[in-house]
Design a protein around this ligand. Structure first.
Ligand SMILES: Cc1cc2nc3c(=O)[nH]c(=O)nc-3n(C[C@H](O)[C@H](O)[C@H](O)COP(=O)(O)OP(=O)(O)OC[C@H]3O[C@@H](n4cnc5c(N)ncnc54)[C@H](O)[C@@H]3O)c2cc1C
Length: 291
């Protein structure tokens, strides 16, 4: 199919973009990498009157290391997140995750701002933003706003942005020394959206879990954090039995959807197996960095 007719603008500055957004609001769609929007246009799932193509707004294309944070401009391509030495040094879980995102051609075009805004519940970057406690920075003619990743994802393909708001930057706190991390997913074919995926970070001090975060995707309407599992790990010695118990707790209340690709039970089973493996790997890496 072909898209419904639309007008097209291609601004080359942030200021012009937010002025256009203020003028056209709900009648327009931003296009970043176009990897999710183009199919939706072609299938006429969306029929905007105006497309604002932001690929020339290069002031949103950067990765910056600051004390304690990584700042990533919204127009940063997936492939940069996969290959940047700055990203790998600050948050090695990001490159570990990125090679699971779609295929190379899509990673060359897709952007972090587009992925978060698209808010697919089985997409890797939204899940990482929840796992890593990211803050999402927005701009509009009304000013700037910070939305925590916790509050950003409202449902499948639904986010907390207003019609006139542009996602401009993602702020990611770097992990403390002694923190282990891991991301694993299961998809039917390489490059497919995952049936289920789990990420974890674990920090161990004096043989005790001092910090634990667990997040999942593909098993709910948004990327999920697992606070019960995190609580079950805190202050405990990270034995195999303790980690396995946390994996069970993480999945106890999951209610995945059944679809053409997998039953709800299978997704739940996958999530628990992956959670067990991910927690063990994160523990191993935490121990490596503390010795
Ligand atoms: C075959 C195929 C397989 C894929 N597999 C995966 C996968 O396994 N995992 C995965 O995570 N993704 C996958 N994707 C999606 C891919 O990662 C997209 O690149 C990504 O979801 C959207 O990024 P984009 O820059 O292309 O956004 P676009 O398609 O340009 O935009 C997506 C949405 O975000 C909005 N938007 C874009 N930028 C901004 C901004 N700065 N502020 C506010 N709104 C904005 C747009 O208006 C639109 O609604 C796949 C895509 C395809 C075609």
């Amino acid at each position: 199919m072909k898209p419904a007719p639309f007008d097209y603008r291609c601004p080359d500055s942030l200021e012009e973009t937010i002025e256009l957004l203020a003028r056209y609001g709900g009648d327009c769609k931003l296009m970043a990498g176009g990897q999710s929007l183009t199919p939706m246009l072609n299938f006429r799932v969306v029929k905007p009157e105006m497309i604002i193509d932001i690929r020339k707004v290069l002031e949103m294309d950067y990765v910056r290391q600051l004390p304690g944070f990584l700042h990533v401009g919204a127009l940063t391509r997936h492939r940069i997140l996969e290959t940047s030495p700055v990203v790998a040094a600050a948050l090695p879980i990001i490159p570990e995750t990125m090679h699971h995102v779609a295929h190379l051609a899509i990673r060359n075009r897709g952007t972090i701002g587009g992925s978060l805004s698209h808010a697919d519940p089985a997409a890797e970057l939204p899940m990482l933003s929840r796992l890593l406690d990211a803050d999402i920075q927005t701009r509009s003619v009304r000013g700037e706003r910070t939305i925590s990743a916790h509050d950003f994802f409202l449902g499948p393909l639904t986010n907390a942005l207003e019609d006139d708001e542009l996602l401009v930057r993602i702020d990611l706190p770097v992990l403390q020394p002694g923190t282990g991390w891991c991301f694993m997913e299961h998809a039917r074919r390489a490059g497919d959206f995952a049936l289920a995926a789990v990420g974890a970070v674990v920090r161990i001090e004096d043989g005790i879990v001092a910090e634990a975060r667990v997040a999942m995707m593909g098993v709910g309407d948004t990327p999920l954090r697992c606070p019960d599992a995190e609580e079950a790990l805190l202050g405990q010695a990270p034995s195999d039995a303790q980690l396995d118990q946390a994996a069970r707790v993480a999945c106890a209340s999951l209610e995945p959807r059944q679809d053409l690709h997998a039953s709800a039970e299978y997704r739940k089973h996958l999530a628990q197996v992956l959670a067990r493996r991910v927690l063990r790997m994160a523990r191993g890496r935490a121990k490596e960095t503390t010795t």
